[in-house]
Design a protein around this ligand. Structure first.
Ligand code: 2NE
Length: 270
């Protein structure tokens, strides 16, 4: 596909094609392990994708065909987090997870090869996951002295069930694409050479749909699980819809015109 670069980065590739933004980790020599800079760049790209009205769906992936992402780069893990050039320890991938969850556009993980550790959690928080036959999934935290007790535990358990999620974390085994499909961890498995084609096809189907309906649905799925924060997201969308109505505009117009609002003509639905 003729992906057009949207912005140059050091550790990711950010590109565009027909309404789709693709954010791809570009550290294949480390199986696309992320540093604080990788995450910072992904986070900026995600925000740009959110703000761009041409973009309706986002693909998250990794370069090279051998890995989606192998989690935090252990070679820069220091005292209290992953350390970048500013010498500050960070776990900024947790903020990226929230961003993926909150962006009101579908995010699809396109997984070839390893989705491991914090890289596995990244695909878990995406709305959909499409896997190549060479995909391998798993958590490694308890093996390497780490864990993700947030979405990495609780949302994973919502997806695969409590027993399976505990197995995944307690044993740190690896699962192939078919096993991932069987446990509902991914939506589809395709040959590696069909991965991008299938993902772009799915994006195309999504792009044909009503963006507001998709936005409402994403926040509704989140609301069930995310407590007050989830309700806030869904309610924000209700406010957006209300602001589009003449009834809401009457309130604002009356204020601006320094008169009493007249809501009498608006229906009191049963
Ligand atoms: C992914 C896996 C199983 C692949 O194994 P294999 O044998 O196919 O490849 P290999 O040789 O291990 O990896 C290729 C190169 O990539 C580096 C390796 O060190 C190796 O480099 P060289 O020896 O060729 O120089 N590499 C791979 N993953 C890396 C990583 N995460 N950090 C730094 N370098 C990495 C195997 O590579 C593996 O098990 N990787 C580690 C997975 C892991 O434990 N990730 C961190 C989990 S913790 C986390 O992500 C996290 C969290 O729990 C909470 C908050 C934030 C982050």
């Amino acid at each position: 596909y003729p992906w057009q670069p949207l912005k140059e980065y050091q550790e990711i590739i950010f590109s565009y094609y027909k309404g789709i933004a693709k954010i791809s980790i570009n550290r294949p020599q480390k199986h696309n392990a992320f540093t604080p800079l990788t995450v910072q760049e992904m986070s900026e790209a995600m925000e740009l994708a959110r703000q761009n009205p041409e973009i309706g769906v986002i693909i998250l992936t990794g370069e090279g065909g051998q890995a989606f992402c192998s989690g935090g780069d252990q070679s820069v893990r220091g005292h209290g987090g992953y350390i970048g050039e500013d010498t500050v320890p960070r776990l900024n991938v947790l903020d990226l997870q929230m961003q993926i969850r909150r962006i009101p556009k579908p995010v699809i993980a396109m997984v070839a090869g390893w989705a491991i550790g914090g890289g596995h959690v990244l695909h878990v928080v995406c709305d959909l996951s499409i896997a190549a036959e060479n995909a391998r999934f798993g958590q490694t935290g308890p093996k390497v002295g780490s864990f993700d007790g947030g979405f990495g535990a609780s949302y994973l358990a919502r997806i695969v069930g409590q027993k399976k999620a505990r197995e995944i974390w307690f044993l740190c085994d690896q699962y192939n694409a078919q096993e991932a499909l069987d446990m509902g961890l991914v939506n589809k498995v395709v040959p590696l050479d069909k991965l991008e084609e299938t993902t772009v096809e799915w994006c195309g189907k999504i792009l044909e749909k009503s963006p507001l309906a998709l936005r409402m649905l994403k926040s509704a799925f989140n609301a069930e699980l995310d407590g007050q924060a989830g309700i806030q997201e869904l309610a924000g969308n209700a406010t957006l819809l209300y602001y589009l109505s003449d009834e809401a505009k009457e309130g604002k117009n009356a204020f601006m015109e320094k008169r009493q609002p007249d809501f009498s003509k608006y229906p009191k639905f049963p």
